[in-house]
Design a protein around this ligand. Structure first.
Ligand code: ATP
Ligand code: MG
Length: 394
């Protein structure tokens, strides 16, 4: 039995003339994801990718796990391939089903139900899809006396695809969908040590966007360990986005200036505006055309509609907020799934929490914020912060 992996694309299939750009990039990303699984050949035709091992010890299990995280794919299946001849398909079907029944028997099961779903892509094949399903089904029921057909609630489905070769499989593993990383430009993620911003980075990366990240760091008010935590979060998000260049901005002087010169209830929005200005400079320097944050409407005082308006106004670049309409519980569920949650909840302080005012203004007006910004030399402070950026490749 020749073992292969079938991988299916989602949205890329809807692309027009530029489809091949997306297909080639996806193949490249798949190759990168499988780089340590052993030699294999990747090819594609129509909406299918075929991963064909070129070595005996190809690591299928790891390969399936990796591919099920590749953006652009909607599902993957371990499959067996044979010639598109009825007798070959029937022989292979028996072998595949024997494996499934053996597995079930070991778990104590004695009777099995199944159904067959056939897709015939090879129009010259002399039988229709329903004919293939029914004939192969007959062969199987004859061969295994503890096997019965149940089209409504089968224990397993045997899928048969008849193309230039025939592929048989029973398992479909979900993949994330989205667009291949690297096909939709580059954005700059404002990453804190919290739960939200890594999820925001993941969601935008899922749309094929490459990322760089900025983190504002207020030493000694925030510790070295708080920074390490952000480096770890960036590393995890980077696994999905094809790596991340993390820019760590020394932000203490800006925060101290706000703290000692400006009205306390506006300090958060002033801080956020300063972050936006510095992030935008870093973004432009690194070829990014948008900023990304983990804000969602109404989550905290700085995320009311009025506060977001004031924050947006400081940036001259689109600000993407992929979590804008999500509840915290939904964000947490994604964080758990992508593997950032456990790191995000480590109890190290963030620069925002250290300088949080007791009564932040939930409805700041842009005018009063602009007035307040005259009270400190933000341009000079931000310039110094920008020049002090430390670069970490995660
Ligand atoms: P998170 O869980 O991501 O920390 P949050 O709910 O704590 O978000 P805020 O602290 O108000 O919300 O921050 C809102 C957004 O601003 C964050 O999602 C992130 O994009 C950005 N941000 C906040 N603090 C920092 C920081 N120290 N460095 C970089 N970006 C930050
Ligand atoms: Mg935060």
């Amino acid at each position: 039995m020749e073992k292969v992996i079938l991988a299916r694309i989602g949205e890329i299939a809807l692309k027009g003339l530029n489809r091949s750009v997306f297909e080639q990039r996806l193949a490249r990303n798949m190759r990168a994801a499988l780089s340590d699984c052993g030699a294999c050949h990747i090819r594609w035709s129509q909406s299918r990718y075929y991963v064909e091992p070129e070595t005996e010890n190809f690591d299928f299990e790891t390969a399936l796990e990796r591919l099920s995280g590749v953006f652009g794919l909607v599902s993957v299946s371990p499959a067996y391939a044979t010639r598109s001849e009825y007798s070959d398909i029937s022989t292979l079907a028996k072998e595949v089903v024997r494996n499934i029944l053996d597995g079930g028997s070991k778990a104590g099961k004695t009777e099995f139900t199944f159904k067959i779903e056939t897709k015939r892509g090879l129009k010259t094949f002399p039988m229709t899809s329903p004919e293939i399903s029914s004939e192969i089904g007959g062969d199987l029921v004859e061969t295994f006396e503890n096997l019965h057909v149940d089209v409504n609630h089968p224990d397993f489905i045997l899928y048969i695809e008849v193309r230039e070769a025939a592929y048989l499989y029973s398992e479909i593993i979900e993949a994330p969908g989205g667009m291949p990383t690297g096909t939709n430009g580059k954005a700059c993620l404002l990453i804190s040590g919290g739960i939200d911003s890594p999820v925001a980075g993941y969601m935008i990366a899922k749309r094929g966007v490459s990322l760089c990240a900025v983190h504002f760091y207020s030493y000694p008010y925030t510790s070295e360990r708080a920074k390490d935590k952000v480096v770890e979060l960036a590393r995890i998000v980077g696994r999905y986005s094809g790596g991340i260049k993390l820019l760590v901005v020394p932000f203490t002087e800006v925060q101290l200036a706000i703290d000692s010169n400006c009205r306390e209830e506006l300090s958060t929005v002033l801080m956020r505006r300063s972050m936006m200005r510095i992030a935008e400079r870093a973004a432009r320097k690194n070829g990014c055309s948008a900023l990304v944050t983990g804000e969602s409407v109404g989550q905290v005082a700085s995320q009311t509609m009025q506060a977001l308006y004031c924050t947006d106004n400081a940036a001259d670049m689109p600000v993407f907020r992929p979590l804008i309409g999500m509840d915290k519980m939904e964000v947490v569920a994604v964080a758990r799934r992508i593997g950032t949650f456990e790191t995000s909840i480590l109890p190290y302080e963030d620069c925002c929490t250290v300088f949080t005012p007791k009564h932040p203004k939930t409805r700041p007006s842009l005018n009063e914020v602009l007035e307040e910004e005259k009270k400190a030399d933000f341009a000079g402070l931000e310039d110094t912060a920008f020049r002090g950026i430390e670069v970490i490749h995660c």
